[in-house]
Write a protein that binds this ligand. Structure first.
Ligand code: B1M
Length: 213
């Protein structure tokens, strides 16, 4: 059953009420609720419902967009609680949502959790072409490339990025990890990625494992 403090967050997110989301997230934090619970059981659950309503033809792109904006508003409040200041860098990560794909909420969450675990993040944003990943690895000397895709039609661009890293002679110096709703462990293996994570907290564990192997 959903906590009482989460219901108004869930409802405000579905309504795309960004002020309401911020107010209810703040109230939930003030009441002592863990940020991870607010995120997972309140906000991510609401975005899944938005997706279901879209699929059912009850929501259209503008509704998805205003819910996404409200989500970003709530995330901004959670960020300081999820990202703790750490001393030593755990490693450098070049992150982005692949070419053709504008969904950046999951990728932002992954970046936030990695940052909280002391990784240095070079966030390339969304709709990132393979060459831009390659360029960023060259410039930063990152040890990990983290790619997100939310559309079945953009998943192949992960494979394209792996190929571009290979072509640039960089594949042996970076580990590639992938994720996003349609992505699976099997797909990660198929495209030659080194790691897959189903959610943002698992992404931290995967990144740590990749750098220790
Ligand atoms: Co779009 N959209 N969307 N959308 N959208 C989905 C993804 C969809 C599943 C909705 C649906 O039909 N049920 C569907 C995809 C269908 C498919 O391909 N199979 C879809 C569609 C069709 C589209 C358009 C094509 C719609 C249209 O124009 N007709 C269009 C495409 C635009 C484009 O990208 N070129 C489109 C547009 C949009 C908006 C721009 C309006 C908006 C995005 C705004 C933004 O991101 N700034 C939007 C939204 C909000 C969604 C839904 C509703 C929510 C996505 C989200 O933020 N979820 C989504 C439905 C759904 O996902 N249920 C949907 C919350 C987020 C925290 O979860 O991103 O999955 P997620 O991230 C998770 C994990 O996947 C994982 O960690 C996170 C949780 O901890 N993860 C990683 C993600 N990346 C990772 C990387 C890792 C590891 C883990 O390692 C590197």
């Amino acid at each position: 059953m959903m906590e009482d403090a989460l219901k108004p967050i869930y409802e405000a997110l579905i309504e795309g009420d960004h002020r309401g989301v911020a107010a209810h997230v703040q109230a939930a934090l003030d009441s002592g609720l863990e940020p991870e619970i607010i995120l997972k059981d309140g906000m991510v659950a609401a975005m899944n419902e938005v997706g279901r309503l879209f699929e059912a033809g009850e929501f259209y792109v503008p509704e998805m967009l205003i819910s996404a904006r409200a989500m970003q508003n709530g995330l901004a409040l959670l960020k300081p609680r999820l990202v703790q200041a750490n001393v030593a860098s755990a490693g450098k990560v070049v992150a982005g949502t692949v070419k053709g794909d504008l969904h950046d909420i999951g990728k932002n969450l992954v970046c936030m959790m990695l940052e909280g675990a002391a990784f240095e993040i070079i966030d390339l944003g969304s709709d990132v072409p393979a060459e831009k990943f390659v360029q960023a690895v060259k410039e930063s000397g990152a040890q990990i490339v983290a790619m997100s895709a939310l559309l079945t039609t953009t998943m192949p661009n992960m494979k394209e990025t792996v190929a571009a890293l290979e072509k640039a002679g960089l594949r042996r110096q970076v580990k590639v990890m992938v994720g996003g709703a349609p992505v699976t462990q099997a797909y990660a293996a198929e495209i030659g990625a080194d790691g897959y994570a189903a959610d943002a907290s698992k992404a931290v564990a995967v990144a740590r494992t990749l750098l220790s192997t």
